[in-house]
Design a protein. Structure first.
Length: 459
């Protein structure tokens, strides 16, 4: 937990790059034409203004595969994609499934079900281990988080939760209550009661001062809080923080044992990192545990539809008298057709194995190329979820990260900046190797430009 409050706009950098900085203004002035600026002004005129969203960065007109294209015709490799494009944008199999479904059953009225929804639930359960086979869909990740919290209350008769500082589970009121980022929680008024927070497993920023190697004191502290509270319904956390921060190998085993001992459920949020992103279908498979509930989303809709869901253990099918979801588009047949087609692409294209193999090679290559660079502090990742932490020795790295981001954009690479100074990359799992090579060449050039060892790009 932060010991002091950062002042805006720097406090917003924890979740993403900010849009009110001098670097943003300079980039917009030199790279956006009159028509783009007009469209951005129209956007700002009609939409409610939001931190990190208003003004928008640019205006897009096309997306295909690993690429996005702005209205001026410039193309960018999109290694951000809001984590929705496991199979790339506009995958032909996904688009064909959506069109076929729209031609017959575009919507499913409440009280009815439909085959695309049933088959998608069946396929997710097929991939899940043990008895993690009860499914419920929702039209968004934050809504699925809310369903998991309600199910935990129904199953345990308790309401308290333990979650992590620095975590993100969505922007709804219940999701920010368990979330740990000040940019969403600050000045929001009273949040949900009973939401206890603990430090995340992050050796680089550990309040227990374990140093470069985690000694699992953070896991022991979760056990301590569970014991002292005595009536916690669930521990809810991201299996792997999307930054990314990869927990130590035994961390989740320790948390699983503590939950079992104290009668709490374990809920793992894999909304941005599930569905093969980390080289396993579910990220928790890396750690030898099975949660009581796992939450999925983002890529589940094939990069087209907002679709999320939960998978729960059979013994948690205990809320037949309650409406945990009851959302209008809970079983939207077109969205579920997109989800089913997405899983077919993942399975038939062996994208789980591909993410593992290419991710491991890419991580090793990036470490070889970048470790020792004047601006690079650490390279980390799991599968095709990758991060490069940057900053000079005497800085927090925020200014350097933002300058690198714009230097990369000028060269045609789009990515997210997280926690102020972590360049985060989430390419499609079917990205071509030559596209990866191009992206890392751009990254190296952007790093060199900002470090002063290369000339700036005028692209």
């Amino acid at each position: 937990m932060p010991t002091k409050k950062e002042s805006p706009p720097d406090g917003l950098r924890v979740e993403g790059d900010i849009n009110l900085s001098p670097h943003r203004k300079a980039w917009a002035k030199s790279h956006l034409n009159t028509e783009t600026k007009r469209l951005l002004a129209d956007d700002a005129q009609w939409f409610i203004h939001l931190a990190m969203s208003t003004p928008c960065l640019n205006v897009l007109r096309a997306a295909n595969g690993a690429w996005i294209e702005d209205v001026e015709g410039r193309r960018y490799l999109d290694f951000h994609g809001n984590n929705v494009h496991q199979v790339g944008f506009g995958h032909p199999h996904v688009i064909a499934a959506i069109k076929a479904q729209l031609a017959t059953l575009p919507f499913c009225t409440r009280r009815y079900t439909n085959e695309p929804a049933i088959r998608l639930a069946e396929r997710l359960a097929f991939h899940a281990p043990d008895d993690l086979r009860r499914v419920l869909f929702a039209p968004g990740g934050a809504l699925a988080i809310g369903m998991s919290l309600k199910l935990a209350r129904a199953a345990t008769g308790r309401f308290k939760t333990i979650s992590m500082w620095d975590s993100f589970h969505g922007a709804s009121l219940d999701a920010i209550s368990i979330g740990g980022e000040c940019s969403f929680r600050e000045n929001a008024g009273p949040l949900l009661p009973g939401c206890e927070h603990v430090p995340p497993p992050d050796p680089g920023h550990c309040p227990f001062r374990c140093g470069g190697k985690c000694n699992l004191a953070c896991a022991d502290y979760v056990d301590y809080v569970l014991e002292r509270e005595g009536d916690v319904a669930a521990v809810i956390a991201e299996t792997v923080r999307n930054v990314p921060v990869v927990p130590p190998p035994d961390y989740w085993k320790r948390i699983r044992a503590a939950c079992d001992q104290h009668g709490a459920l374990l809920i793992l949020d894999e909304i941005p990192i599930g569905l093969a992103r980390t080289g396993k279908f579910f990220a928790f498979e890396h750690f030898g545990v099975v949660p009581d509930i796992v939450v999925l989303g983002k890529g589940l809709g094939g990069g087209v539809f907002p679709l999320a869901g939960i998978l729960a253990r059979e013994r948690l099918n205990v809320a037949a008298e309650r409406s945990l979801g009851h959302y209008t588009h809970e079983k939207n047949p077109a969205a579920c057709a997109a989800g089913l087609a997405t899983l077919e692409v993942i399975d038939e294209g062996d994208l789980v194995e591909r993410a593992a193999e290419i991710g491991a090679k890419t991580l090793a290559d990036l470490r070889q190329w970048l470790i020792g660079h004047a601006l690079v502090r650490e390279v980390r990742g799991l599968g095709l979820l990758l991060g490069v932490e940057v900053g000079r020795p005497d800085s927090n790295g925020h200014d350097e990260a933002e300058r690198i981001m714009y230097a990369a954009l000028r060269r045609g690479l789009n990515f997210k900046v997280s926690k102020g100074n972590v360049l985060t990359f989430a390419p499609p799992l079917n990205v071509a190797e030559e596209e990866l090579d191009k992206a890392w060449g751009i990254l190296k050039a952007a790093l060199d430009e900002v470090s002063g060892t290369a000339a700036p790009s005028t692209g």
